[in-house]
Write a protein that binds this ligand. Structure first.
Ligand SMILES: Nc1nc2c(ncn2[C@@H]2O[C@H](COP(=O)(O)OP(=O)(O)OP(=O)(O)O)[C@@H](O)[C@H]2O)c(=O)[nH]1
Length: 410
């Protein structure tokens, strides 16, 4: 079943603040001294360079290419589009930019992140540069096309708005595709890339406004820096497979808990047997689904992946009794959930066989389900540390396993 990450939409708030903040700040720039304006005019390059270095360090090829794109667009606007667009060369370059912003953003939005120093990363860069070059050819095609087409891509369709109808529609389509990618993938790069798209749109649509490219260049760079900081946080604190917070985050949380709290340790039942039967890949998929249910625990609990097939939930300021209903609900929801898993081991090894068999019968889709057991312990006395509460919860978990599994023991 398609799972949409609605909460990921909140990741658009920060880019939206950067872009709208930049629009507001722009009005005050003319009042600044000439020297300050010179420094400001260099800032988009500086921020893009910082992004590029960070993206290189974190091996984020999409954000690296986006930083290069932001710097290139700013350079183009500063050096070639500060003249009237009635000049044919300027009009052509403007058309190239208004095609390149949505098309290159679309490319980066759909590109999977698979590292930088490999064939994939190299091809991703080459294709990005090739697509940028193709926008010149596309612009020439449009300029030489029928009156209807070139009219749709003619700049200044209405007073105070420069971007053509065609490019505006393209941008809107890419924005929708970007939001869909954010909802589906829940990855870190989509929010910043949509911020870059919005900043690119504002730079082009309101090109006549003074300093628009400066403030939007800075806003786009800040969106990328923000994305890279989020991604470095995720690398340090989140478990890659499930997206839950990991051990490092748990240890920090345990060190800062107050006097009253409850900890639950959860473990998938007979997971070794499950892995042996369905394979490690299917096991991974099931762990992700279990994690998504554990994450939704109510009553103020925060879920962590403790390691392997074990999860930990921390309920601050709660007694064991307070958490009983929320934990039992998680257990029940996992036990009741039938997961459709494409059994990869039933896939034919050779692609030719696969094509033949797919024509005749569909690849088997198995329904599987798992259960979890949980042990719960609360901090009971002053001086008791979090490790001993975890140990107590662990021993209750052991009891839950011995008494038949698929249960919560307090
Ligand atoms: N697929 C997958 N399996 C994992 C992962 N981490 C741990 N495991 C597997 O989880 C299984 C845990 O097995 P055990 O600790 O023996 O426990 P169990 O089979 O779940 O049995 P009980 O806990 O007694 O119900 C092992 O087979 C591990 O290989 C992971 O990230 N992915």
């Amino acid at each position: 079943m398609l799972h949409l990450h609605w909460a990921a939409l909140t990741r658009l708030l920060v880019p939206a603040c950067f872009v709208s903040g930049a629009l507001m700040v722009r009005e005050y720039l003319p009042a600044l001294s000439e020297n300050t304006q010179i420094v400001l005019a260099a800032l988009p390059y500086l921020v893009a360079a910082i992004c590029a270095v960070m993206a290189y360090q974190f091996r984020r090829v999409r954000l690296l290419l986006a930083a290069l794109g932001v710097a290139a667009l700013y350079w183009l606007i500063q050096n070639h589009l500060q003249v009237s667009l009635d000049h044919p060369d300027a009009a052509r370059l403007y058309l190239v930019a208004s095609l390149a912003v949505p098309l290159l953003c679309l490319y980066l939005l759909v590109l999977p992140e698979r590292g930088m120093f490999n064939t994939w990363g190299l091809l991703a860069c080459v294709f990005f540069l090739g697509s940028a070059g193709a926008c010149f050819a596309l612009a020439d095609l449009i300029l030489g096309a029928s009156a209807g087409v070139s009219q749709a891509f003619a700049h200044r369709p209405v007073e105070g708005y420069i971007l053509s109808i065609g490019a505006s529609q393209l941008l809107a389509l890419v924005a929708v595709a970007g939001i869909a990618a954010l909802l589906l993938r829940n990855a870190e790069a989509e929010g910043p890339l949509l911020g870059v798209l919005a900043a690119g749109f504002a730079s082009l649509a309101f090109l006549h406004l003074e300093s628009i490219s400066v403030v939007m260049g800075i806003a786009a760079g800040l969106c990328l820096v923000w994305g890279l900081l989020r991604s470095s946080y995720a690398m340090a604190y989140r478990d890659e497979l499930t997206g839950l917070l990991g051990r490092r985050a748990l240890n920090e949380r345990l060190a800062s808990l107050g006097k009253r709290y409850t900890i639950a340790m959860l473990d998938v039942d007979h997971f070794k047997r499950f892995n042996d039967k369905h394979g490690h890949d299917v096991g991974d998929e099931v762990l992700k689904l279990v994690a998504s249910r554990v994450r939704e625990v109510g009553n103020g609990g925060t879920a962590y992946r403790y390691g392997g097939e074990e999860f930990c939930i921390v309920f601050p300021r709660k007694s064991s009794e307070d958490c009983a209903a929320a934990l039992d609900e998680v257990r029940e929801r996992i036990a009741d959930y039938k997961m459709s898993i494409r059994d990869r081991r039933s896939r034919p090894a050779r692609s030719k066989d696969g094509a033949r068999r797919r024509g005749a019968t569909r690849i088997r889709s198995d329904q599987v389900s798992v259960t979890i057991s949980a042990g719960v312990a609360a901090r009971e006395e002053d001086g008791q540390d979090a490790e001993s509460v975890i140990l107590a919860a662990d021993s209750k978990l052991y009891k839950a396993k011995r008494s038949g599994r698929n249960r919560v023991v307090f």
